[in-house]
Ligand binder design. Structure first.
Ligand code: GLU
Length: 452
């Protein structure tokens, strides 16, 4: 069977760096194994799922360098969920419960007060037809729970039942099913919680490995039982640690500034985002990796640590800068042309080491084209002399040297006293790329116009 993974976001908001981590880890796993990557939209929640979010998610993962082999939507599969639920009902594994949230809450509190684990007591399972008819006549509607296989003989006789799997990230895992309540699979209004549709689709879509955040570890134990109840062999599982914000809070879809769309808009390099999203929270060093192929080589699921990792924008800035400083012109050409930055490769090679993000090149192009000279009063005379000495065309890489040699001889100025007035006149700034290169970019006419 082809190794097959899926990234299964709910299209109810924009994805953030933490979701990108899940997508990328799945993608790298698939690439390493020559397998397939499915983008599955978990859009069973009709009210909150939006096509705009789904479109944006696809755009975001493509920006990161992921091209899904298949795109699936849970909203296309409702009949399959109905069939699976019926199969479980017929087998006596999906049973109706009528408690209100308040009643459940009170039960839990009573159990806790008596020092018992707050596990659902399976009262629903004991109801006969007459009782159910009576409850429904009161206007109650059932929600449906899956009967976990954690008992000996009678469902009331719960016994320790370890569900074990060899996690591709966390190694051996074991969860006791007796510590869990029977999960609700179908709500009162007939809609499905995520648990059952996910298993049905994973079976139908031939998913060989479910790789997701470690907030799903407990779900995994229940879902393994559901796979088996539906007659399927459970796939492999992997659970990666989660990312938090720099201050340690969980990331949420509402954390707008950390959404992939906004990092893209802010001019970050996709490989800077991907490098950080993947390598943070592993025992590997966090480096700026230039290509996805290299990231595939670097990434080893077994290096992912167990504790949450903090995502810090300052770290992203550092990685981004490193990538931009060595970025070949052919990789930025279109982006520069789109924002009318001219100057071609010569300009890019000069400015790239002076910027942290590609869009900042526009600012330096503005300087080349329309820079306003800054001339201190005490330098005006010196700069007029420089103007007189400006070599005639044609210019080449040695022009700056020729010019400044003459200036030194004529004026006796050297070092900062010579360079800073020229830099401020030519660029309007005190820092920036090498002046020899700037001079060529600005050209003779504009240089003359910037000198007094
Ligand atoms: N839609 C689920 C989530 O975003 C998917 C979890 C899973 O990968 O199974 O949490």
């Amino acid at each position: 069977m082809t190794p097959t993974v899926r990234f299964a976001p709910s299209p109810t908001g924009n994805i953030h760096i933490g979701n990108a981590r899940t997508a990328l880890i799945n993608w790298l796993f698939a690439k390493k194994a020559n397998g397939e990557f499915i983008l599955r939209f978990d859009d069973t929640d009709k009210a909150r799922s939006k096509t705009e979010y789904a479109d944006q998610i696809l755009k975001d993962i493509r920006w990161l360098g992921i091209e899904p082999d298949r795109i699936e939507r849970q909203s296309d599969n409702f009949p399959a969920y109905d069939d699976a639920a019926q199969k479980l009902r017929d087998a006596g594994l999906l049973y109706a419960c009528y408690e209100t949230p308040d009643e459940l809450d009170r039960k839990r509190k009573r159990q806790l007060a008596r020092g018992l684990p707050p596990v659902y007591d399976r009262s629903g399972l004991g109801l006969d037809e007459e009782q159910k008819v009576k409850l429904e006549a009161e206007g109650r509607k059932p929600h449906w729970r899956f009967l976990l296989p954690n008992f000996d003989g009678e469902p009331g006789n719960m016994v320790r039942t370890s569900v074990k799997w060899n996690d591709v990230i966390r190694a051996e895992q074991s969860i006791d099913l007796a510590s869990m309540s029977d999960p609700v699979l179908v709500r009162e209004d007939g809609t499905y919680l995520y648990t059952l549709p996910s298993v049905v689709d994973d079976i139908k879509m031939g998913v060989s490995h479910i790789i997701r955040g470690d907030d799903h570890v407990t779900n995994t134990a229940a879902q393994i039982a559901i796979f088996k109840a539906l007659g399927a062999t459970p796939p492999g599982f992997g659970h990666h640690n989660l990312l938090t914000s720099a201050s340690g809070e969980g990331l949420s879809k509402r954390l707008g500034s950390l959404s992939i769309a906004s990092l893209n808009e802010d001019g970050y390099e996709p490989m800077a985002v991907a490098s950080l999203a993947v390598l943070i929270g592993t025992s590997n060093a966090v480096d700026a990796v230039a290509t996805m192929e290299e990231l595939v080589q670097r990434f080893d699921p077994a290096t992912v640590t167990k504790s949450p990792a903090r995502f810090d924008v300052a770290e992203l800035d550092g990685l981004n800068k490193k990538l931009v400083h060595i970025k070949p012109y052919k990789e930025v050409r279109e982006r520069l042309e789109d924002v009318d930055v001219g100057g071609g490769e010569a300009f890019w090679n000069v400015v790239r080491e002076n910027i942290n993000k590609v869009p900042e090149a526009a600012d330096w192009w503005q300087m080349v084209e329309h820079g306003k000279p800054v001339i201190d009063e005490e330098d005006a005379g010196f700069l007029s002399e420089c103007k007189e000495l400006l070599p005639a065309e044609p210019w080449d890489a040695s022009t700056w040297n020729q010019w400044t040699t003459q200036i030194k001889q004529k004026t006796g100025r050297k070092g900062r006293g010579l360079f800073m007035p020229l830099r401020k006149a030519l660029t309007g700034r005190e820092h920036g790329p090498e002046l020899a290169a700037i001079l060529l970019l600005v050209g003779r006419d504009k240089t003359l116009a910037r000198l007094p």
